[in-house]
Write a protein that binds this ligand. Structure first.
Ligand code: 13P
Length: 251
């Protein structure tokens, strides 16, 4: 595939403790994982170092956020460079929980993406529409606005992954159907083509998040424009290992 490996990523959100995360790390360390899949896990910030030191090297570690400046007087914030320093390779930016609960604007997300890419992190840039926007058929309008604010800050697209996470599917158990997700992923890819050209459109991986679990992973993974899965709740359970190996069933 021209787009590089299929990705399975996790977002533990604000969950876990040293012991529970080490148990998940142990599970992954002992599992047979598909070497054709790029895997990352994203523990809460304070546990990144612990997880990185104990986790097998072929699974990457990601952060769930970072600040939009490289250094300075920003009490309580964490610079992307610091994440690199403790071994994180990925950062999730623009997650709906950051946008909604912590009032991050499209502009903030764009600036964070720029700073994180400059620091050498791989960025999972999240976009997604809320239920009322979905029902009003404003999905693509919302996504294109969010994407515009991100695309302005990306020079090199090779380290950016787009995550489509419909807000109405996050933590609700209500997953987008494979056809729904495929349609939106295709629209995102065609948007990239019109704005950034064929190379960026064909190379950029677009992953789906929102109530992914073992029972729906394979159907989603089967769709042409779904280049990976982004897992919240189910990533805290042993089934995450099977989700990582989802492509093996379809070969
Ligand atoms: P759930 O899988 O719990 O719906 O969460 C998805 C998510 O927010 C990944 O970032």
């Amino acid at each position: 595939m021209v787009r590089g490996k299929f990705i399975v990523g996790s977002n533990y959100k604000m969950n876990g403790s040293q012991s529970s995360l080490l148990a998940l790390v142990g599970l992954l360390n002992h599992a047979q994982l598909d070497s054709n899949v790029e895997i990352f896990i994203s523990p809460p910030l304070v546990y990144i170092d612990l997880v990185r030191k104990n986790l097998r090297r072929d699974v990457a570690v990601g952060a769930q956020n970072c600040y939009l400046k490289a250094t300075g007087a920003y009490t309580g914030e964490v610079a992307p460079e610091m994440l690199r320093d403790i071994g994180a390779e990925y950062v999730i930016l623009g997650h709906t929980e950051r946008r909604e609960i912590f009032k991050e604007s499209d502009t903030d997300v764009g600036l964070k993406v720029e700073q994180a890419l400059q620091a050498g992190l791989r960025v999972i840039a999240c976009v997604g529409e809320k239920l009322e926007e979905h029902q009003a058929e404003k999905t693509l309008e919302v996504l294109y606005r969010q994407l515009d604010a991100i695309a302005d800050h990306v020079l090199d697209w090779s380290n950016l992954v787009v995550a489509y996470e419909p807000v109405w599917a996050i933590g609700t158990g209500r997953v987008a159907t494979p056809e729904q997700a495929q349609r939106v992923h295709r629209a995102i890819r065609e948007w990239l083509r019109s704005k950034k050209g064929d190379h960026v459109a064909d190379q950029t991986r677009i992953i789906y998040g929102g109530s992914v679990n073992l029972s729906n992973a394979a159907m989603l993974a089967n769709e042409e424009d779904i280049d990976g899965l982004f897992v919240g709740g189910a990533s805290l359970k042993p089934e995450f290992v099977d989700i990582c190996n989802v492509l093996q069933g379809s070969r």
